[in-house]
Write a protein of this length. Structure first.
Length: 147
């Protein structure tokens, strides 16, 4: 049996997931044309903005706890077909799911205001997963519960 994740570790993991999501969605946003696929372009813009906001909140929260926030990776792997809508939706969904998993862990390891914020972030990521084209899940962010 593994030991429970600490609140700081969960915050750092959520921040790492947000760094990756911001990078990926930024790259896709530059490759998806608003004229060719306006719906996908708007989704990318909205999710990129929201992930940047979450990243900022997590950074401020960690600093408020006296912790050094985990830095973004020097580079992230990107698919070759950045402008392909199927690829964008698949990778956008995967990034959103990783964030949902990080927020589910944060919900389990936090209390009070931080837990309430993490619950909102988890619910929002779960909703965004459907916008990316993923079927709804009874336990978003917790794939081990659906097996």
């Amino acid at each position: 049996m593994s030991s429970p994740t600490t609140q700081v570790t969960a915050l750092q993991e959520a921040l790492a997931a947000e760094h990756a999501a911001v990078h990926l969605l930024g790259a896709f946003g530059g490759a998806v044309s608003a004229a060719t696929d306006p719906t996908l372009h708007l989704l990318l813009k909205a999710r990129h903005r929201r992930h940047r906001e979450r990243r900022e909140y997590l950074t401020v929260t960690l600093r408020g706890l006296g912790e050094t926030p985990v830095a973004a990776e020097a580079a992230y792997a990107l698919p070759e077909e950045l402008g392909d809508s199927v690829v964008v939706r698949e990778h956008g969904s995967r990034a959103e799911d990783l964030c949902a998993q990080a927020y589910a862990t944060l919900v389990a390891s936090s209390t009070t205001d931080l837990r309430a914020w993490a619950i909102e972030a988890l619910a929002e990521s779960a909703t965004a997963l459907t916008a990316w084209g993923t079927d709804p899940s009874p336990f978003p962010g917790a794939p081990e519960l659906t097996a």
